[in-house]
Design a protein around this ligand. Structure first.
Ligand code: ADP
Length: 247
């Protein structure tokens, strides 16, 4: 067992979380899809900054109006704002934990994306005497990413995500699940896709080295069926959690 690692029993009695997992990978690598499967299964609260920003946009607040312009261009939201939103979400998680609602930790999807965000996350967790447990990079070739992103469609009503190649009905403007309007996200249009992938290379990919140097990074092949990717990720998380003595 690593020095300073605690057992699950210790974790429960001292009120700290045993597991914090970061899903990394370029846009379109399937982080969101995998997070939606893993979160409930592992009792991890999902912290998906993109979803949080879209919720703010949906609320129609003045902040939401500013965020819409940033997201539509495919730019990154400023670090200070992103970090403070995540800090608030983790504080809420700590309260949830105190109420005994069975949350084992956090699953980060889309955060951190910059060096400043990675260091802020370390500080936030250190204040709680916690740390990132594992970082999983979902690796997908660039041409596959571009095909996935440019064909992606989303229902504004129920949020269902479809792809024009794999789901014939997603070429329609009406969702066959809820009757809502099916659209292409502004940031899934060609210019924004290039911008987002370039930002990933510049700002986010260097974080892989940061976590690799801490021995926390595992790469998983994301160019496979959703279930196969899921099984691989689950195995990595379970292995790392067991090695740390938290199960
Ligand atoms: P994707 O991973 O496909 O870009 P997301 O839903 O995770 O989709 O994010 C959508 C957008 O939200 C990003 O393009 C960016 O503008 C903003 N965003 C999300 N997470 C962050 C973050 N950690 N830092 C800065 N901006 C972010």
């Amino acid at each position: 067992m690593e020095t300073g690692a605690c057992s699950a029993q210790d974790a429960r009695t001292s009120g700290i979380f045993p597991v914090h997992v970061i899903l990394m990978g370029a846009q379109g690598s399937g982080k969101g899809t995998q997070a939606a499967l893993l979160g409930p299964e592992l009792k991890l609260a999902r912290i998906a900054t993109g979803d949080m920003f879209r919720a703010e946009i949906g609320s129609g607040s003045p902040l939401g109006v500013e965020l819409r312009a940033i997201l539509d261009r495919g730019d990154l939201v400023p670090d200070d704002l992103t970090n403070s939103i995540v800090r608030g979400r983790i504080a809420h998680l700590v309260e949830t934990r105190a109420n005994g609602e069975g949350v084992e930790g956090a699953l980060f999807d889309g955060f951190p994306r910059t060096d400043a965000q990675a260091r802020a996350l370390d500080d936030i967790l250190a204040d709680l005497h916690e740390t990132v447990t594992s970082v999983i990079e979902i690796d997908v070739p660039r041409d596959v990413l571009i095909r996935r992103l440019s064909g992606r469609r989303i229902c504004v009503g129920c949020g269902a995500v479809t792809h024009v190649e794999s789901s014939p009905s997603s070429g329609e403007v009406i969702c066959d699940r809820c009757g809502g309007q099916v659209i292409q996200r502004e940031d899934d249009k060609p210019d924004a896709i290039s911008r987002r992938l370039a930002l990933y290379d510049q700002e986010t990919a260097p974080l892989l080295d940061y976590y690799a140097s801490q021995g926390k990074l595992t790469q998983v092949d994301g160019d496979r069926a959703i279930d196969d990717v899921h099984v691989s990720i689950l195995a990595v998380i379970q292995l790392r959690t067991t090695a740390r003595g938290a199960v």
